[in-house]
Structure formats: structure tokens, C-alpha cells
Design a protein around this ligand. Structure first.
Ligand code: ADP
Length: 357
């Protein structure tokens, strides 16, 4: 059973805005999910519904098998206090309470407030020496760490964070994100709304919203590099087939199907996305050259050396192309006597080992 099950979720406001449209996905226990998408795409609305701060217009959300719609007002408050830890971009700390009192406030619904426990939680986020400071005496990063301590105090199973580093400088962003990494390692289920690809990358999985639609559930980072290689190959093939250097991204099917990954590739400067057009950057072209080279050399190896039918060598090559090191690729090229084409006649980019062509 999934830890969180979201089914056909729709949220419409009286203004006529549909913030969420038929959104369906699952979150496994202990998983770290990033919810990404442009401003206004429904990310906060989704998070508020998951945390029982808002109710959907239609569709269902189950957390640990409980249907949130079936909870009465008191049960909803209890669910929020006991099961969920919230971290917001705006810290929502009570200005006239000290750090330790702000954390103790969150204990109130759950059990008796325990100052030692609250102090321990603050120590865990590196604020053991700031217990009696008021929010105004703390930096933004420190205030956000108080929020993380507050979110943790009741040992919630589900941690929901909305742009938790939106107001922080780079160093504090790193500190807060390392806290999230620890929480995830400790087994908490984490859902983070962010527009920052770097933070999205830290999650195990990303879901992408566009105009309230879930447009992509992306893969785990481990296979993401392979996906990036494959998408670079797609751009290469399109360029080879058409002779064009840039493509209308919205008409390029791999882009439409993998928006979030292409955004990441743009953030990593592997592709350029400008005025609706997609093109390689020099770094992307270089990486694509190597992938295509590994792929086509592998095809030749399978065909010539292992006698595998050319009709199926593509499949085999797809599996090994991600794992060949530059040294092995070079040895392969030398062994095959620097072939210029794959078994299907497509050119193999030359490497540093190849004689000048
Ligand atoms: P995001 O978090 O991705 O920026 P939101 O979930 O905040 O997006 O908003 C999604 C859409 O719903 C936006 O068009 C926003 O203007 C609209 N919206 C959000 N909250 C309300 C509200 N309380 N009343 C009316 N429209 C709202």
C-alpha cells in the first residue's frame, strides 16, 4: 500500500481558477518527492491538501490508508498536529515567543509541552545556543531551522515543505537541505515543493505540475543520468535526421514527455531552451558525441565480434553505452580498427584515438 495515495484530485476556486486538474500519484513510505513546476501551477495547493490545510473539490487523498475527506474538523486538526510536519517559505514563527517556546507550541496539541524535548530538537538542527532568542534576533537560515525543529517535534511521519529555502542564501540553503537529507535517511517521508532544479535533484522522485496538470513523474536520480544520455541521443538523432541545429521544443516529442528532465539539462547547461527552441550547448554536444560514439561502437562490436543480428544490436548497445569508460571505449575503437559507421550506416563520431579523417 502506498503511504500517500492521490487520486483524480481537482481543486477549483470560486474565481473559476482550476488549481489542480485530475492529479493522480502515489508516495511510498520513506520516499522523498519534489513537487516542481512554474509559479501558479498548483504546487502549494497540492501541498496544502496533502497536509489537510485545504480540501479538494473532487478526488481523494489517503495518507496511511485514511481518507482525509472522511475526517471531521477535530480529526483534521489532530492529523495535522500528529502526523504532519510543515515547513513553509514564510517561517510562521510567533514573533514574541523564543525559539524554544515556538517549538514547544507545536507540542501542545500532541502531548504536554516538554522544554527539554524542544531544546533537543533545536540542538539537532544546530541551534542549541539560540534557545532563548526571539525570531527577530535570528537570521533567516536560523529561523528556518527553528521551523524544521518545530516540524519534527511530534515525530511526524510526513514532512511537507513549501519552498523551504526560498528566502535563504546559498549557505543556509545547504544547511537546511542537509537537515532534510538527514530526515529522509531517518525514514521520514518528505514532500518538498520547489522551483529550484538543484533541490529537485536531491529528491528520489520529482512530480511536475503545469497549469494544475501532473505532466511528468520523473525517474530516480540513479537512472536519471541514463535518461539524460538518452535524451541527448534523441536531440542528436533529430539533428542528424533534419540537419537543423535547433528544434521547436513543444513539437519535439521527447521534450513534451520529459519536461522536468529537459529543464534540469538546461540548468546543467547541456541544452539551451530559448524562445521555444531547443539546441545543444557545447557541453551537451560533447556529451552527446560520446554517448553516440559508445552506442555505435558497441553496435559494431555486437554485430562483428559476437555475430548478433544487426536488427537487435541497438537494444544491446543501449544497455552497455552508459557503462563504458573512456578508456574502454578507446580500446574498443582500436580493436574495431576505428570504424566510421555503425552496422546501419550511421556515422560514428571520431575519438582522440582515431587517425585524422
Ligand atoms: P504554485 O504553488 O505552483 O505557485 P498555487 O497552488 O499557489 O501555485 O496556485 C495555483 C493557482 O490557484 C494559481 O492560479 C493561484 O492564483 C490560484 N489560487 C491559489 N489559491 C487561491 C485562492 N485561495 N483563491 C483563488 N485562487 C487561488
Amino acid at each position: 500500500m502506498a503511504f500517500v495515495e492521490v487520486r483524480n484530485l481537482t481543486k477549483s476556486y470560486a474565481s473559476g481558477v482550476q488549481a489542480l486538474r485530475d492529479v493522480t500519484f502515489d508516495v511510498k513510505k520513506g520516499e522523498w518527492i519534489a513537487v516542481m513546476g512554474p509559479s501558479g501551477s498548483g504546487k502549494s495547493t497540492l501541498l496544502n491538501i496533502l497536509g489537510c490545510l485545504d480540501a479538494p473539490t473532487s478526488g481523494a487523498v489517503e495518507v496511511e490508508g485514511r481518507d482525509l475527506a472522511a475526517l471531521g474538523a477535530a480529526e483534521r486538526a489532530r492529523f495535522r498536529a500528529e502526523r504532519v510536519g510543515f515547513v513553509f517559505q514564510q517561517y510562521h514563527l510567533v514573533p514574541y515567543l523564543t525559539a524554544v517556546e515556538n517549538v514547544m507550541l507545536a507540542q501542545y496539541f500532541h502531548s504536554l509541552a516538554d522544554e527539554n524535548e524542544a531544546a533537543e530538537a533545536l540542538t539537532r538542527v544546530g541551534l542549541g545556543d539560540r534557545l532563548l532568542y526571539l525570531p527577530s534576533q535570528l537570521s533567516g537560515g536560523e529561523q528556518q531551522r527553528v521551523c524544521v525543529a518545530r516540524a519534527l517535534i511530534n515525530q511526524p511521519n510526513l514532512i511537507l515543505a513549501d519552498e523551504p529555502t526560498g528566502n535563504l542564501d546559498e549557505m543556509n540553503e545547504a544547511i537546511v537541505m542537509s537537515l532534510f537529507t538527514e530526515l529522509h535517511r531517518a525514514g521520514h517521508t518528505v514532500v518538498v515543493v520547489t522551483h529550484d532544479p538543484e533541490i529537485g535533484r536531491m529528491a528520489e522522485r520529482r512530480i511536475e505540475l503545469h497549469h494544475g496538470h501532473l505532466s511528468e513523474v520523473s525517474v530516480f536520480p540513479k537512472v536519471e543520468e541514463e535518461l539524460i544520455d538518452n535524451l541527448l541521443k534523441e536531440v542528436w538523432h533529430a539533428r542528424e535526421d533534419t540537419g537543423a541545429q535547433a528544434f521547436e521544443s513543444e513539437k519535439f516529442a521527447p521534450f513534451v514527455e520529459n519536461r522536468a528532465t529537459f529543464q534540469l539539462m538546461a540548468a546543467e547547461e547541456l541544452v539551451r531552451l530559448a524562445e521555444g527552441r531547443l539546441a545543444f550547448t557545447p557541453a551537451g554536444e560533447s556529451r552527446a558525441t560520446h554517448v553516440i560514439r559508445r552506442h555505435r561502437l558497441s553496435e559494431r562490436l555486437f554485430c562483428e565480434t559476437f555475430g548478433i543480428d544487426p536488427a537487435v544490436v541497438d537494444d544491446h548497445a543501449c544497455r552497455v553505452e552508459h557503462t563504458l569508460s573512456p578508456e574502454v571505449t578507446e580500446k574498443l575503437c582500436i580493436f574495431l580498427k576505428h570504424p566510421r559507421t555503425c552496422p546501419h550506416g550511421s556515422p560514428i563520431p571520431s575519438g582522440t584515438c582515431c587517425p585524422p579523417r
